[in-house]
Ligand binder design. Structure first.
Ligand SMILES: Nc1ncnc2c1ncn2[C@@H]1O[C@H](COP(=O)(O)OP(=O)(O)OP(=O)(O)O)[C@@H](O)[C@H]1O
Ligand SMILES: [Mg+2]
Length: 235
């Protein structure tokens, strides 16, 4: 049974077709990268899978259940944050932890703040944090319920190189127990982390498989070179 199953998913915003019938599976123990140019439909797909946005048609199943029935086992980290500026880091994490019914919540929050080097900001208002610090709180929120399914939409954007590296190691460490759907515009990061990728262009998947194979097919050394070639329509 795939961890995430997406079949013929379609979504339009008015006349804009964001997803034109995409299908893919993410297996347990896999990091699956969704790549593509700005506006390709990555965030739309993630938000639908997370149950934050309604689809027009198609099917999404999480651990063989409807997304609404799998919410406790899933979490999402995205730049569209729902954390509250006028609450502290701790209070924000407490609210989410309670929503997920996390046991030993204070200990869990403490461990996550430690992991992302955010302990000293525990009582700071979320709105007073820098962009990268806010991202780190988002990562804490994303891991609060030890999810089996983790959706990461540009979760390292804005992190300094040290924290980005640390975060990649943490993500890699989660892999055994967690199926991860990952988006990033950092192709080196995608090459390092993702077992398979899907290349999304104008709402359609144009290629899916391991990034090494894609590089070979195009005779390129790096995924970044392939991305540029595909995005410029020289495929
Ligand atoms: N709320 C919205 N209202 C109208 N159109 C939208 C909305 N959100 C996204 N779109 C459109 O849907 C398409 C897909 O957008 P989406 O945010 O999913 O792309 P993306 O692949 O995540 O891009 P990026 O790399 O910039 O994050 C784009 O054409 C965008 O303009
Ligand atoms: Mg996006």
């Amino acid at each position: 049974m795939p961890a995430i199953e997406v079949k013929n998913l379609k979504k339009s915003y008015g006349n804009t077709v964001a997803l034109n019938g995409i299908s893919f599976n993410v297996e347990e123990g896999e990091i699956f990268g969704l790549l593509g140019p700005n506006g390709a439909g990555k965030t739309t797909a993630i938000d639908i899978i997370a149950g934050l946005l309604t689809k027009d048609s198609g099917e999404v199943k999480i651990l063989n259940k409807m997304p609404d029935d799998a919410k406790q086992e899933m979490n999402v980290v995205s730049s569209n944050t729902w954390l509250t500026g006028i609450m502290s880091v701790y209070e924000n994490l407490k609210v989410y932890g309670m929503l997920y019914g996390v046991k030993d919540l204070d200990e869990r929050i403490g461990n996550l703040l430690e992991l992302f080097e955010m302990k000293k900001f525990r009582n700071e208002l979320y709105q007073r944090l820098s962009a990268g610090q806010q991202t780190r709180v988002n990562l804490c929120k994303g891991l609060i319920n030890s999810p089996k399914i983790l959706l990461l939409d540009e979760c390292t954007a804005g992190l300094d190189p040290n924290l980005a590296d640390k975060t990649r190691k943490i993500i890699k460490g989660l892999k055994k127990k967690t199926a991860i759907l990952f988006t990033s515009h950092n192709m080196l990061e995608v090459e390092r982390l993702c077992d398979r990728i899907a290349f999304l262009q104008s709402g359609a998947i144009t290629w899916m498989g391991p990034s090494n194979k894609l590089k070979q097919m195009h005779g390129k050394r790096t995924l970044e070179e392939v991305f540029i070639k595909l995005a410029r329509g020289q495929a």
